[in-house]
Design a protein around this ligand. Structure first.
Ligand code: GDP
Length: 365
């Protein structure tokens, strides 16, 4: 499954946020394919369309889709030179698909700040620099190899070197690799480098409990927002402390607590949604009497691959899919009504699945 790594300097609230994530935790029996590891928290992706589908289908259970947050603790200044848990830390970041970077926007005299004062932009830059330095190392080594390979006369390496040089120039200017505009083809040339700064980032601005409802008014959050806009990243203000309290509640109690705080939904739900968007993920549904369930795919996936998310057998034996869009199904009121209106389509191997498709797969075993 796809995952988001949580990074940040010490004492910014990462553990508090990660604990809220595991507290809110998904029913692991539903997600046997997810990693069992104390550093991994599986979260369910909130999606109100599931309830609507359940009203139509009346299933025995509803299962939201899930994805993983990985707690990547231990980043300190000097990590790229192997200090602290440096190397292990960087290796862990390589494995995630996107990064949630927690920054401290709360003031509390009792909690030490590693650089002496609250300054989220400085914090971001400290971490980014470590990641940039690590990437420079990878890019330089690759450039040496590419230059050697070029002597063979293969055009591919000329193009590769050109891409590497552009990335290197950005890194030298202390800019992340994601700031370099690359075509899909160019991205493919450097994909196996697993660059850290090419991964999409969202900043989780951790504010104090008292500011949870009006986080946008916080001066630090404003600064983080300006910084993020300039680099094309997202910001999700969140109060890790409040989230850890919310995570202990369910149903009515949770709704009441949120209302008291003046919040429409938990920060965690907003963070999950933002991470989902950041990763370019789509949801499709299966809707049977046993269960109505959401599944995660990458944008652009074709029907057999999407079926493979449920089970590899579904992909291997894929014949075709019966598809109705969520809108059409809900608009028709029932599967039969949708069929009668001709809204149920038969799609083959080349069909690109759309967000919200309700799918039924036919396959050979
Ligand atoms: P980490 O080192 O980034 O994992 O940070 P922790 O989650 O362990 O948090 C460090 C300290 O800051 C802990 O004592 C937390 O209780 C505290 N903390 C986290 N978030 C907040 C907050 O929003 N307000 C205040 N006052 N303290 C917080």
């Amino acid at each position: 499954p796809l995952s988001c790594g949580i990074v940040g300097l010490p004492n910014v609230g990462k553990s508090t946020l990660f604990n809220a994530i595991t507290q809110a935790g998904a029913e692991s029996a539903n997600y046997p394919f997810c990693t069992i590891d104390p550093n991994v928290g599986v979260v369910e992706v909130p999606d109100e369309r599931l309830q609507k589908l359940a009203e139509i289908v009346q299933p025995n259970r509803i299962v939201p889709t899930a994805f993983e947050f990985v707690d990547i603790a231990g980043l300190v200044k000097g990590a790229s030179r192997g200090e602290g848990l440096g190397n292990k830390f960087l290796a862990n970041i390589r494995e995630v698909d996107a990064i949630v970077h927690v920054v401290r926007c709360f003031v509390d005299e009792n909690i030490t700040h590693v650089s002496g004062k609250v300054d989220p932009i400085h914090d971001i830059e400290v971490i980014n620099l470590e990641l940039i330095l690590a990437d420079m190392d990878s890019v330089e080594r690759r450039m040496d190899r590419t230059r050697k390979n070029m002597k063979g006369g293969d055009k591919k390496y000329t193009q590769e070197l050109e891409v590497l040089e552009r990335i290197n120039a950005a890194l030298l200017a202390e800019k992340p690799a994601r700031s370099v505009e690359l075509t899909d083809e160019e991205k493919l040339l450097v994909r196996d480098l697993h660059l850290l700064t090419i991964k999409p980032v969202l900043y989780a601005a951790n504010v104090s409990e008292s500011e949870a409802a009006d986080a946008e008014g916080n001066e630090y959050v404003k600064r983080v927002r300006e910084f993020a806009v300039a680099e094309g990243s997202e910001v999700v203000p969140i109060s890790a402390k409040v989230e850890s309290e919310i995570a202990e509640l369910e149903g009515e109690d949770k709704a009441m607590f949120l209302e008291e705080l003046g919040l429409e939904e938990s920060g965690l739900d907003r963070l999950i949604r933002a991470a989902y968007k950041l990763l370019g993920l789509y949801t499709y549904f299966t809707a049977g009497v046993q269960e109505v369930r959401a599944w995660t795919i990458r944008k652009g996936m074709k029907a057999p691959q999407a079926a493979g998310v449920i089970h590899t057998d579904f992909e291997r034996g894929f014949i075709r899919a019966e598809v109705v869009s969520y809108q059409d199904l809900v608009g028709s009121g029932s599967m039969n009504a949708a069929r009668e209106k001709g809204l149920l389509r038969l799609e083959g191997k080349e069909y690109v699945v759309a967000d919200g498709d309700v799918m039924h797969f036919r396959f050979n075993v």
